[in-house]
Design a protein around this ligand. Structure first.
Ligand code: C2G
Length: 447
């Protein structure tokens, strides 16, 4: 029996894929089809795949051409598969000509003619309108956005607004295709969604105005600093039928996401302790040190360490205590202690104090160790009593890492998902509630 193997993503399965599968099948008696899993695709830079792996497997199955379907999830797997399944022929479309010659050592390699004039990329582009995003607040943070949005399918940055019109004019000049608007209502007329990167205290107004204008909103973290404001805004978004998302980039980071689901699946047992730290020494003349602009480490950085704590332990903590070193009305260092019925979590943030920025999640069977900078990690370890059981995990983290949150934002818009599993509305509201306690100096101790 002659065995043939071929691989692909098979997103939005089309005639080109079917022709290829037929041609591959005709080369032998038994066809194995390798379908890439979602992580593998993300790792090789395919950020815009529309169907998930189960849908793509089902689509390949429905062609009736595959005798066996396997999942491709790591680089180098093709060599393993060819040997494992005793494959005679590896077949792939001619767009890969030469790329898989290394498999000649293990089997025959055949490049099959590709069907011209059709591709998943084309279908994705046709089936989707581009979401036009406008930027409100054209400062330092916003400048990373167009670069990152460029690599995400279905999104285009078209407009810029800043209360200082020089800033939005400069932004429009620096980024092709972006028009600067002086008037917010003109700005809204030309966008479907907004990315808000203004200072913290402007977020509430910016979000509300944008939601009322019927626009989807992605707002920099911390979204707001008050519990009721967060609740009100999420409610308003749903009422308006638009998406509101807090832009906490760590929540969308592939490594962090996988870590969360692995821990929730019990890989280190029951979580008993979480320690998360983050610090950055900044120039003290900046907005980050101005008490009138909600400066300080807690507001600036707090939502990052709160993320793993709230995601793993939930929002129903028993008590919280916050200890800060204050300088000129802002905290330059804050340590938080959050008690849950069966766990205790601590976090440290610092703008004027430097500390080790790692994340340690301790459980009854082992612990997760994520070295600094854990909030934009591509690597972590699960460690156990018997070090032979230890495992290291590596992922991709490209560019500034904003592409992952932009992709999720666009996906929520297309799929009308009001809450993303990566940062639930209730988690975002709880962060606002903790920020509010800090503003009110509740459960607060000066050190
Ligand atoms: N294909 C084709 N004609 C098209 C489009 C695609 O013959 N118009 C072929 C491709 O050459 C490939 C298969 O269909 O052999 C699957 O294509 P994709 O889903 O785009 O997958 P791809 O990114 O090529 O992944 O490890 C994965 C493989 O390397 C291939």
């Amino acid at each position: 029996m002659k065995k043939v193997i071929t691989y692909g993503t098979y997103d939005l399965l089309h005639q080109g894929h079917v022709n290829l599968l037929k041609r591959a099948k005709a080369l032998g008696d038994y066809l194995i089809v390798g379908v890439t899993n979602d992580n593998f695709d993300r790792d090789r830079g395919k950020l815009n795949v529309r169907n998930n792996v189960l849908e793509r497997v089902d689509a390949v199955k429905a062609t009736g051409l595959a005798d066996q379907i396997i999942i491709e999830d790591y680089v180098g797997q093709k060599i393993d598969d060819v040997q494992k399944y005793d494959v005679d022929i590896f077949a792939i479309g001619s767009d890969w000509e030469g790329k898989f010659d290394y498999l000649n050592e293990f089997c025959e390699v055949v490049y099959l003619p590709r069907t011209e004039g059709i591709s998943s990329t084309m279908l994705r582009a046709e089936s989707q309108d581009v979401v036009k995003v406008g930027i409100i607040g054209c400062g330092r943070v916003a400048r990373r956005f167009p670069f990152e949005a460029n690599v995400v399918n279905g999104v285009s940055i078209t407009a810029a607004y800043d209360s200082n019109s020089d800033a939005s004019l400069k932004f429009a000049k620096d980024f092709e295709g972006v028009v600067s608007y002086k008037d917010l209502s003109d700005f809204y007329k030309n966008v479907d969604a907004v990315y808000i990167a203004t200072p913290h205290l402007s977020h509430y107004d910016n979000i509300k105005t944008s939601l009322l204008a019927g626009k989807h909103v992605l707002c920099e973290t911390p979204m707001v600093l008050k519990f009721l404001e967060a609740k009100e805004l999420y409610k308003l978004a749903e009422k308006q039928g638009v998406i509101l998302m807090e832009a906490n980039k760590t929540a969308h980071c592939p490594a962090f996401n996988h870590l969360m689901v692995m821990i929730k699946s019990g890989l280190i047992g029951e979580v008993v302790d979480i320690e998360a730290s983050l610090s950055q020494l900044l120039d003290k003349t900046g907005r980050e040190f101005d008490p009138n602009q909600a400066g300080g480490a807690m507001f600036e950085q707090g939502s990052y360490p709160l993320l793993p704590i709230l995601k793993l332990m939930g929002i129903n903590y028993e008590s919280i205590q916050l200890f800060s070193r204050m300088e000129n009305g802002v905290d330059v260092h804050t340590k938080g202690l959050i008690k849950y019925p069966k766990a205790v979590c601590t976090f440290k943030v610092g703008l004027g104090v430097k500390t080790e920025g790692n994340l340690v999640i301790s459980g009854t069977k082992g612990y997760a160790y994520v070295p600094a900078p854990w909030w934009k990690t591509d690597y972590f370890e699960l460690r156990y009593e018997d070090s032979n059981d230890n495992k290291k995990f590596f992922y991709k983290w490209d560019g500034f890492g904003l592409r992952y949150e932009i992709q999720e934002f666009i996906s929520c818009i297309y799929n009308h998902r009001f809450s993303t599993a990566r940062l639930r509305r209730r988690e975002s509201i709880c962060m606002a509630e903790i920020m509010e306690q800090f503003s009110l100096r509740k459960n607060f101790f000066k050190i």
